[in-house]
Design a protein around this ligand. Structure first.
Ligand SMILES: [Zn+2]
Length: 142
C-alpha cells in the first residue's frame, strides 16, 4: 500500500528511508495520531468533534473524499534534512471545504517543504549540500 525507497549519497554516508502512503495501522486517523505534536492532535480532535467528521480511512470507501492521512516526506527549510511525517487533510463533508492541513514548522517558524517520494533523489544531500543523492533500492513497509 505504501511506497518506500532507500536514498543514498554518492559522496558521503548519508542515507534516508523515504516512505510515503499508508500502512496497516492506517485504517483510522485516531490510530496513527500518536506521532503528531500534542497541539496538532488537539486541533484535529476538536475539528472532528465540531464537524462530526468520519475518521476511518476513506480508502475503504471510494465515495468519500473528505479525509486524507498518510506518511509524506518533509524537508527542513534550512538544513535540507528529510523526515517522514504524518500528513492530514480534513474536509467539511458537505461543502468539500478544506478545514485543516498539517503544516510543520521549525522552531524559528519556517515551514517544512512537503515533497513526493519521486522527488526525494533530486533533493540536495543535507551533508554535502550537493545534488549527489540516488535511489539505492526499495523498502517494504506496512
Ligand atoms: Zn552527501
Amino acid at each position: 500500500m505504501g511506497q518506500g525507497i532507500i536514498i543514498k549519497c554518492k559522496k558521503c554516508n548519508y542515507e534516508f528511508e523515504a516512505i510515503e502512503g499508508i500502512g496497516m495501522m492506517f485504517d483510522d486517523l485516531m490510530n496513527v495520531m500518536d506521532g503528531l505534536p500534542e497541539y496538532m492532535q488537539k486541533e484535529i480532535k476538536q475539528l472532528v468533534e465540531q464537524n462530526n467528521l468520519l475518521t476511518y480511512n476513506s480508502f475503504f470507501d471510494s465515495d468519500r473524499k473528505d479525509l486524507l492521512f498518510e506518511n509524506r516526506i518533509f524537508v527542513h527549510p534550512a538544513t535540507g534534512r528529510m523526515t517522514v511525517k504524518l500528513y492530514v487533510e480534513l474536509y467539511n463533508p458537505e461543502a468539500k471545504e478544506l478545514l485543516y492541513k498539517t503544516i510543520y514548522k521549525t522552531k524559528g517558524g519556517k515551514e517544512y517543504k512537503m515533497i513526493r517520494i519521486s522527488d526525494a533523489k533530486n533533493m540536495m544531500c543535507p551533508k554535502c549540500k550537493k545534488q549527489t543523492l540516488y535511489e539505492s533500492g526499495p523498502i517494504l513497509w506496512d
